[in-house]
Design a protein around this ligand. Structure first.
Ligand SMILES: [Zn+2]
Length: 162
């Protein structure tokens, strides 16, 4: 088992003070975020149906950040985009993924110019999330992280009482 590197606890968080880098499953696409993500809770979980489908998971672990803090390398030109138009707002979400392994990479929306939403599962360590969106659509058995701000739907909308 010693060749397996997936334990987030093996990383010293001080090594991510300037940046953190992650890659897709096949290694074609690498993303570097130039920011220190570990000084306070950062990012959000998304419980919307579309994020569940796109990630194959109970919720998406996302981080929305200024696009100019993010560098993408697409070594084998496998980065592809799906325009997700089945959204509540009607604004498409552009979901970028690796065409070789299906790894979600990031998404963009015209409603959030200059910002990108990174799929944090690629990263060696995922920061504890600050918020969760579409909490009204959360599964009953899902236990949200302590202290998380729960928005009923969009993170620009109403907070939920818990
Ligand atoms: Zn890949």
């Amino acid at each position: 088992m010693s060749h397996l590197t997936g334990d987030p606890k093996r990383h010293d968080l001080s090594s991510f003070e300037d940046s953190i880098t992650g890659s897709c499953l096949c290694g074609s696409i690498t993303i570097t975020i130039h920011d220190n993500l570990f000084t306070k809770p950062r990012g959000h979980l998304c419980h919307c149906e579309n994020c569940r489908k796109a990630t194959g998971s109970i919720a998406a672990a996302n981080l929305t950040i200024e696009g100019d803090k993010v560098k993408i390398k697409d070594r084998n030109h496998t980065l592809k985009c799906f325009a997700d138009r089945a959204t509540g707002s009607g604004d498409p979400v552009y979901r970028w993924f690796c065409a070789v392994d299906g790894n979600p990479i990031l998404s963009k929306s015209d409603a959030m110019p200059g910002l990108v939403t990174i799929s944090m599962g690629m990263m060696p360590v995922i920061p504890q999330p600050e918020m969760e969106g579409f909490a009204a659509h959360k599964h009953t058995w899902f236990k949200s992280p302590d202290g998380v701000k729960s928005y009923a739907m969009m993170r620009t909308g109403e907070l939920m009482d818990e």
